[in-house]
Design a protein around this ligand. Structure first.
Ligand SMILES: [Zn+2]
Ligand SMILES: [Zn+2]
Ligand SMILES: [Zn+2]
Length: 106
């Protein structure tokens, strides 16, 4: 801090320097965005429409009615209704122990 240098962060003018995290679908997790992976395949090979946000998502920033970005804590499983990431479901309905989940873009 040199004398007279001043602070670069002027209140209210601070620029957002950290970019939004990018989802595997290629979209940035910006407020109001939605995931391009709209369907996911269960372990039996059947495709399901993915869960959408009922209110602006605090976790992945998906807008109302938009699909949660992949990896969001708030996404519910379309098969069992449990939380896909670490909840009741924990991917059980989908990856069949392989860790791989089929995702389809719009
Ligand atoms: Zn996404
Ligand atoms: Zn979300
Ligand atoms: Zn499930």
């Amino acid at each position: 801090m040199k004398p007279g240098s001043g602070c670069r962060y002027v209140e209210g003018k601070e620029k957002r320097t950290v970019p939004y995290a990018k989802c595997g679908c290629g979209e940035e997790m910006k407020p109001g965005s939605g995931c391009r992976y709209v369907e996911m395949q269960d372990k039996h090979g059947k495709w399901h429409k993915r869960d959408t946000a009922h209110e602006p998502c605090h976790d992945c920033n998906a807008g109302v009615g938009k699909v949660h970005h992949w990896g969001c804590d708030s996404e519910d499983c379309p098969v069992c209704g449990g939380q896909i990431m670490g909840g009741d479901c924990d991917g059980e309905c989908f990856n069949n122990g392989t860790g791989k989940i089929g995702l389809k873009m719009r």
